[in-house]
Design a protein around this ligand. Structure first.
Ligand code: GTP
Ligand code: MG
Length: 226
């Protein structure tokens, strides 16, 4: 497992870099999912479960953190290719950093790459990484009011995994209120209440991921043939 240190990319437009990376990844037939949440919401635990539950997909992971390589090591024990990216103090990944990490990862044949972004609900929402899909996590202990406080993250995400649902009996977390608040910001958002600990709700999330990968590859074949 490699660890690389990256600085913020200095180019004219992050949006352009992101579009270019998305186009290259489409050609490669690799779907990149940008995974975002507060620190400790359960990203690495969820990704570990997905790697085990989706053996038919070749999955690799890019772990972005300010310090340490514990998350990439956790992923590596599952046999998936992973790379640890240190962001030089930055609170998010940008498209140039993501492209550099993809190159260093060396997973040209991957069907699916997860980017575990730096843990926070603010900066990662502001930067397009070039990912094809974005998945945010909100864990039950954080509270159902988070869509009110961090609206951009909910607006920008294709899917919301409400994690640690096994903890629902111990917290005042109203699932339907949370759903309603998230949908008010983003009517299209897919919502999956899950527990990576018990496996509850994982099937629906996994079906969504499978269909995204399939659609990504179908479009890529379509493009190549026309
Ligand atoms: N009860 C419960 N605990 C969970 C679940 N998923 C993760 N946890 C716990 O939550 C803590 C944080 O989990 P991680 O997977 O490390 O969270 P993370 O979002 O990757 O954390 P950072 O990378 O530090 O931002 C750990 O103690 C996990 O065991 C879950 O489904 N249920
Ligand atoms: Mg983690």
């Amino acid at each position: 497992m490699k660890t690389i240190k990256l600085n913020a990319t200095v180019t004219a437009s992050n949006e352009k870099d992101a579009q270019a990376l998305r186009a290259r990844m489409r050609q490669a037939g690799t779907l990149l999912i940008n995974v975002m949440s507060s620190p400790g919401a359960g990203k690495t635990t969820l990704l570990s479960r997905l790697i085990r539950d989706l053996p038919e997909l070749k999955i690799a992971v890019m772990e972005a953190d300010i310090e340490s390589d514990v998350d990439a090591k956790r992923i590596e024990t599952l046999g998936a290719r992973s790379i640890q990216v240190h962001t030089s103090g930055m609170c998010h990944m940008d498209a140039g950093m993501t492209a550099a990490a993809w190159e260093s990862l060396g997973a040209a044949d991957a069907d699916l790459i997860f980017l575990e972004n730096v843990g926070n609900l603010i900066c990662p929402a502001e930067y397009d990484t070039g990912a094809g899909k974005s998945l945010m996590l909100l864990s039950v202990p954080e509270g159902d009011d988070k869509p009110l406080k961090y609206p951009l993250m909910f607006r920008k995400s294709d899917a919301l995994a409400i994690t640690k649902t096994d903890a629902l009996p111990y917290f005042n977390f109203d699932l339907s209120k949370c759903r309603e608040r998230a949908r008010k910001l983003n009517p299209e958002i897919e919502i999956f209440p899950v527990s990576a600990k018990t496996g509850d709700g994982m099937e629906a999330l996994e079906a969504w991921i499978r269909s995204c990968v399939k659609e990504w590859k179908t479009n890529c074949e379509y493009k190549e043939n026309h």
